[in-house]
Design a protein around this ligand. Structure first.
Ligand code: PLP
Length: 480
């Protein structure tokens, strides 16, 4: 048996995460590694480097820690890829899933309904920005976006007798990331991830990424007149009544390297979309559910979209589920006699899965019972303060902070902002060094991402930043 019952408060994370030994023989690490090497193809993973990067073989979780097959414990500094809001093996979420298992695990949502998902729809509508009254469930962030795209396009074909069916253009941003299915990839603007699928993709109208550290307009903060916001306003005005929707990640472009949008950018882009009658689709897959410090990031600029995409945190990081929320006006364009063919012909086998819905309810209960949104500002402030001490390192080019998320961009030369050679894999190696200090991180290129669980404790924040500081010192020495 795994001996993982421990008091997490007594754990000193500044020591290497090796004190708690679990019998290796029991866990058969070598056998798992052999199978992994022989048969598994991992996502976003260069397999020639995979084994050398000493990947984790996780066998258990313990609140904010992951436990691997060698019995080592690692602080989960990226919330298991941005979704685990309140830790692993949360008793309330575990219990909710077990209770639901005592009723039913899954039945179809196609033309039918089930209890926890129906109630979850009501709960999401109550939480969401004004006007969003309809919930379409699917399985992950990419499909939430795919659904948004298809709803937007079909809406314009059916709304008002199809008088605006010429609205087929989607306005997106450079460096956008909306998922890995083909529609979501079309919206995406990260060449490394998206370029090679060109022949499969549809065209979009694309504004530059508002990447302040490497401003596409060559401006510095002293000369910046938010030219990026002016550009998207111009682009939207230019395409006007041919635009189906403007699609944005509000607050922060996550997968691009935690690129934070300038204050007021979202508001201006939203107003531009309204002026030409286009829909506004906001992808809060990464920033929804408290990450920004508010329940949804768009609230921070008082923007309510026509379509809102939610996923990652929805089930507290337990089970795959996503939701695409929209307005009654949009929903109504899909009504009519079944023979009219106005139906939204889209759905997934596991849509509305009851176990996932139960996990989502338990997650939203934690937000309520523990007054998470009231407590977050203090945690965020502590996190931001702690990050400050990285600022003076000569290879730290930029520290981007957005709520309880941050990206630390490493550079070869701070004065010229010259990046490191990608082949040196500095970001990955810094995370490797942090792992030796008992903290699990995963980079985006040479930007190291920090995205701790919302329930992270102060001493754990310190441990994460300590490990990162150690990693940067070791892999990017001052003399380099
Ligand atoms: C992660 C992410 C997605 C894709 O979600 P998956 O569940 O990985 O398909 C879409 N949009 C944003 C902003 C994301 O961060």
């Amino acid at each position: 048996m795994l001996d993982t019952e421990s008091d997490c408060a007594s754990w000193d994370t500044r020591e290497a995460g090796v004190t708690r030994q679990i019998s290796k023989a029991d866990l058969a690490r070598d056998e798992l590694v052999e199978i992994d090497d022989a048969h598994v193809w991992h996502p976003f993973t260069p397999h020639s480097a995979y084994r050398g990067d000493d990947p984790l073989m996780i066998v258990a979780g313990e609140v904010h820690y992951l436990v691997d097959a060698d019995g080592r414990r690692y602080l989960d500094g990226v919330s298991s890829l941005w979704c685990n809001l309140f830790g692993h093996r949360r008793p309330e979420i575990d219990a909710a899933i077990v209770e639901q298992l005592g009723r039913i695990a899954h039945s179809t949502f196609l033309g039918n309904a089930s209890e926890p998902a129906v109630r979850l729809a009501k709960r999401l509508v109550d939480l969401a920005p004004n006007g969003l009254t309809r919930v379409f469930f699917s399985d992950n962030g990419s499909t939430a976006v795919e659904v948004a795209l298809k709803i937007a396009l079909q809406y314009w074909q059916q709304h008002d007798g199809g008088r605006e069916r010429q609205r087929t253009i989607f306005v997106t941003l450079g460096n956008a990331y909306h998922g890995d299915t083909v529609g979501a990839v079309s919206l995406g603007g990260i060449p490394l991830f998206h370029e090679r699928y060109g022949p499969l993709l549809f065209e979009t109208a694309r504004a530059h990424s508002p990447y302040c550290y490497r401003c596409p307009f060559g401006l510095e903060s002293s000369t910046c007149r938010t030219e990026c916001a002016t550009e998207i306003e111009r682009l939207v005005a230019e395409h006007g009544d041919r635009i189906a929707a403007v699609v944005l990640e509000p607050g922060m472009q996550g997968a691009a390297g935690m690129i934070t949008l300038p204050d007021g950018y979202l508001r201006r882009a939203a107003d531009a979309a309204r002026r030409v009658g286009a829909l506004l689709v906001l992808d809060e897959v990464a920033v929804g559910f408290g990450r920004s410090g508010s329940m949804f990031a768009c609230e921070r600029e008082d923007v309510a979209p026509d379509i809102l995409c939610l996923a990652k945190g929805l089930t507290g990081g337990y089970l795959p589920m996503s939701a695409t929320l929209t307005t009654e006006r949009i929903f109504e364009a899909f009504l009519g006699e079944p023979s009219d063919g106005r139906t939204f012909f889209h759905g997934h086998t596991y849509t509305g899965n009851q176990l996932a819905a139960a996990a989502a309810h338990a997650t939203l209960d934690i937000f309520e019972h523990e007054r998470i949104l009231e407590r977050l500002p203090r945690t965020i402030e502590r996190f931001h303060t702690e990050l400050e001490r990285l600022r003076d390192h000569p290879h730290v080019g930029d520290i981007r902070r957005f709520g309880l998320a941050a990206g630390v961009e490493l550079v070869a030369d701070r004065a010229t902002k010259t990046p490191f050679e990608p082949s040196e894999r500095r970001g990955m190696r810094v995370c490797g060094a942090a792992k030796e200090r008992g903290v699990f991180l995963r980079p985006l290129g040479d930007t190291v991402v920090l995205m701790p669980p919302l329930s992270i404790a102060d001493d754990e924040i310190v441990a994460i930043v300590d490990a990162l500081e150690h990693g940067i010192r070791q892999i990017c020495p001052v003399s380099d």
